[in-house]
Design a protein around this ligand. Sequence first.
Ligand SMILES: NC(=O)c1ccc[n+]([C@@H]2O[C@H](COP(=O)([O-])OP(=O)(O)OC[C@H]3O[C@@H](n4cnc5c(N)ncnc54)[C@H](OP(=O)(O)O)[C@@H]3O)[C@@H](O)[C@H]2O)c1
Length: 316
Amino acid sequence: MATRVVTVFGGSGFIGRHLVRRLARRGWTVRVAVRHPSRAQFLKPMGHVGQIAPLCARVEDPLSVQAALAGAQAAVNLVGILYERGRRSFAAVHARGAQHVAEAAAGAGAEALVQVSAIGADRHAEAEYARSKAAGEAAVRTAFPTATVLRPSIVFGPEDDFFNRFAAMARLSPALPLIGGGRTRFQPVYVGDVAEAIARSLERPEAQGRIYELGGPRVYTFKELMEILLHEIRRRRLLVPLPYGMAELQATFLECLPVPPLTRDQVRLLRHDNVASSDLPGLRELGIDPTALEVVIPTYLDRYRPGGRFNRTAAV
Ligand SMILES: NC(=O)c1ccc[n+]([C@@H]2O[C@H](COP(=O)([O-])OP(=O)(O)OC[C@H]3O[C@@H](n4cnc5c(N)ncnc54)[C@H](OP(=O)(O)O)[C@@H]3O)[C@@H](O)[C@H]2O)c1
């Protein structure tokens, strides 16, 4: 029997590596479409010889997207950015990039497409990140009406940006900022659950054409998340409230750094809760029991404890 081919745009990233492993285990042949295929070679041992193939594509470049999708039965778009740099704008990557993937998937005759967006995607949002995610969803819906859209809250797991970033900050700094007082609410979702949701969405006809919002079992304020983090890494740090206006001012300067730790757009995002809507289906409708934060984060944050083996590489 011919194997089914899926092209995963952004398959070498945080969520992508967990997804690629799962898809390979389910028997898919996986093309990993990224700008730097050399950095995706580590994925190959997750499958048998030839099952996982990194290739070069940029979602901004429709021809490279078409080539990556030729002959594929399914596609996943995981490409996203947290800040803009030159021509790598939110509009180019989140909106037009998603459109290129959906148009090429339709042109290739693919049967399923999963577009990974984010909670808060809204064309009227204050933050350009959220507006561009909504524009991407709309473009996908037009080009590929049966696509499934998944909107996760913040995603946690061994290579996450959120907990690792604040844990690293807490190793060096006596205080952590609580932007807007730390009252913004989040529903962190485990990366393994997000990967499973994507894999099931590709394979289940009932997921076609639907939007799912993916959150974990509990909602926490930002301040509560920082308290859990500090407890986990066994460090006492001051939690200092930082008004939104002050945070935006700081971000104006931080945006000049090559990898900005905070941007004004991110401060605008923080003004709104990041919690799954009760009006939309979520993990449970896909048959997934959400994994608790408290079960997973000790497995990778222990290296930030005093005397922890900081250089230990986390396993996928
Ligand atoms: N992580 C979270 O907490 C979270 C929460 C909500 C939503 N999401 C969404 O989930 C998706 C995946 O997030 P992630 O955290 O896994 O991202 P990530 O770790 O930053 O990975 C991004 C991936 O996209 C590739 N990529 C970047 N720009 C590209 C381009 N122009 N063309 C083709 N490939 C490109 C990167 O590889 P190269 O650099 O080699 O190109 C990498 O494989 C994103 O859309 C994000 O907005 C994430």
